[in-house]
Structure formats: structure tokens, C-alpha cells
Design a protein around this ligand. Structure first.
Ligand code: AN0
Ligand code: CP
Length: 318
């Protein structure tokens, strides 16, 4: 594999999930694969899980790891070409990227949607520049429109816990006080759409996602109705995508907070969230602390998804 920015970079999802289960049984099985190889992780945004799980995955494979937080100690980077750099940014991404490529074999990038321009975000300008100018295989640690390492871990988790062949999986919007990217729900939908699960998306009107990601999913505006008979509830907030509302908060309606009442109409569903989660905004204490909550095993599977992907990227090195 030469890059990993979406589900489309995996040729065979089923075998990738099988490989994940194999690695979960013996996570050091491929400790020789990354010997003398260096992973560079670049963060433009904060992280707890991605930072730790990806680093752990690299260690599982015998790699060395370097981590750089652009906003803590690096030069502030100009990202637009043609700008007269007389402001507060001393370095341009166009030099920084190839320099970063000199010190490593594989690069992971976290660069969230900035909500300044929908076009810029949805063209994945930042991570695409890494792909173009670093000379290294690049993988997403959540870019502007997708978070594939998360979605892969989510799929592994559902495959581990499902009780029927084709579970009903519901992605539900939930309220949040800040504007959050669509990357997690976009990506989750994209991965669910390559399974044969019964996949439903529910959100208030105005929160429609890019149809490219919604695909064949059912969209149901009534959350209670969507939850009926569900086997998995996947909660997430996102800001509006559509039109002039792009990046805006249209609702903070706490009747959408996932609580006992909503869970009671499900098929004793498991609760999932990528974390970090705001309790009693997205989900009540009661639901996240219940035995049906998978948030910790889901986070644990981030190490597994990252190990599979890094292994594939290492195997693709010339
Ligand atoms: C980020 C998001 O919603 O994309 C990261 C989630 C993994 N969440 C926050 O910024 C709170
Ligand atoms: N789920 C996830 O990616 O968490 P972090 O933002 O903490 O990395």
C-alpha cells in the first residue's frame, strides 16, 4: 500500500479485518517488518488516542517513531502558495514537507477541516500536499474529510461484538457546543457502506452530510424511529455541511443526547463513540457507563487498526 487516506486504499476489507484479528492475538508477530524504519507523526491538531495508539502500533512493528506538534515548537506554517510571507508565519509548507520526508520512511498527518473554505477542506489540500511533496507513503490520522484509522477500528469492533450477520447500525448526530468536522461521520458512513449491514443515519434537518459519503444509507430524521431495533448506536456530533451553513452549529437540542430512553427502543444496542466525548451533551453518564458501552474496546482497537495499516505501508516500501 502506498497511502492510506480512505477505505478505497484497502483492496480487500474482509482480509484486512481478518488480519486485524490475527494481529490482536499476537501484536508483535511482525516486529521485524519495521526494523530500522522510521515513522514521523505530524499533528496540526490535538490528539490522545491517535497519538498513543499509532505510536504503539509502530512499536509493535519494530519501528522508530518521531512526533511533531506543529503548534508546539515548530515554525508556524504558511499553507497557501503565492502569499507574500511578511506576516507571522516564518516557513512554508512547501519546504517543510520535503524536509520532513528526509527524516523518515512513512508519514502520518492529522489536519482537521478548518471551516474557512469548504472547497479547500473537501479537496483535502493539506494531506494531498504531503502526498505530493514528501516523497513518502502518507496516511491520515484524521484529515479534513475522513478519519479512516478510526473507522477501521470501528469496523473491527462491530465485527467483534455483532450477534447477527447483518446488524442494524445507526449513526446518530448529537449536540455539542463547538463546531466539529464531518470527518468521523463521513468516514464511518463510507466504511459502513462497504459492508452489508443495515445502515441508518439520523440527524436533525440541516445536518445532511455530503451525499458522496451517505451513499446508499437510509436517512431518518426521527431519532427514536431510527433507533428502533438497532444493534449498534454510533453517536457523533458534526457541524453543518450544506451550502452557506458549512461549519455552522444549527442546533444544540439536547433531546438528541443519547440516553436511556433512546436506548430502550433498540435491540439492547451497544453504544459507540470515537472519543473524546462530552458527557451529558453527546451521551448520558448512564449510557456511557453501562455494560453496553463499547467506547473503551473501540479505542483499544485503534492500536490494531493502526498496526494493520502501518504493516501494509511498510510492505509497500521499495
Ligand atoms: C474531533 C472531531 O470531531 O473530528 C476529533 C475526533 C476524533 N473532535 C473534537 O475536536 C472534539
Ligand atoms: N478518536 C480519536 O481519534 O481520538 P484523538 O482525537 O484523541 O486522537
Amino acid at each position: 500500500m502506498k497511502k492510506f487516506t480512505s477505505v478505497n486504499d484497502l483492496t480487500d476489507i474482509k482480509s484486512a479485518v481478518q488480519e486485524a484479528f490475527e494481529i490482536k492475538k499476537n501484536r508483535f508477530k511482525y516486529v521485524e517488518v519495521g526494523r530500522n524504519k522510521t515513522l514521523l507523526m505530524i499533528f496540526f491538531n490535538s490528539s490522545l488516542r491517535t497519538r498513543l495508539s499509532t505510536q504503539k502500533a509502530a512499536l509493535n512493528l519494530g519501528m522508530n517513531v518521531i512526533v511533531l506538534d506543529i503548534n508546539q515548537g515548530a515554525w508556524q506554517l504558511e499553507t497557501n502558495r503565492g502569499v507574500i510571507m511578511d506576516g507571522d508565519k516564518p516557513e512554508h509548507l512547501l519546504e517543510a514537507i520535503p524536509v520532513m520526508g528526509c527524516y523518515c520512511d512513512i508519514i502520518g498527518v492529522r489536519s482537521f477541516a478548518q471551516f474557512k473554505s469548504k472547497e479547500e477542506d473537501y479537496n483535502e489540500v493539506i494531506i494531498n500536499q504531503f502526498i505530493k511533496y514528501s516523497g513518502r507513503p502518507v496516511f491520515s490520522m484524521e484529515a479534513a474529510t475522513r478519519h479512516p484509522l478510526q473507522s477501521f477500528a470501528d469496523l473491527i469492533t462491530i465485527e467483534e461484538y455483532k450477534k447477527t450477520e447483518k446488524p442494524k447500525v445507526v449513526l446518530s448526530w448529537a449536540p455539542h457546543p463547538k463546531s466539529l468536522p464531518q470527518a468521523v461521520p463521513n468516514s464511518f458512513a463510507e466504511w459502513m457502506n462497504v459492508t452489508d449491514y443495515d445502515f441508518v443515519i439520523t440527524h436533525p434537518e440541516g445536518y445532511e452530510l455530503d451525499p458522496m459519503f451517505v451513499g446508499q444509507a437510509k436517512v431518518e430524521y426521527n431519532q427514536m424511529k431510527a433507533f428502533e431495533g438497532a444493534d449498534f448506536i454510533y453517536a457523533k456530533n458534526w457541524a453543518a455541511y450544506r451550502d452557506e451553513h458549512y461549519g455552522k452549529i444549527l442546533s444544540t437540542d439536547r433531546s438528541w443526547t443519547v440516553g436511556k430512553e433512546q436506548m430502550s427502543v433498540t435491540n439492547n444496542a451497544y453504544f459507540m463513540h470515537c472519543l473524546p466525548v462530552r458527557r451529558n451533551m453527546i451521551v448520558t453518564d448512564e449510557v456511557i457507563e453501562s455494560p453496553q458501552s463499547l467506547v473503551i474496546p473501540e479505542a483499544a482497537n485503534r492500536e490494531i487498526s493502526a498496526t494493520v495499516i502501518l504493516k501494509k505501508l511498510l510492505e509497500g516500501l521499495e
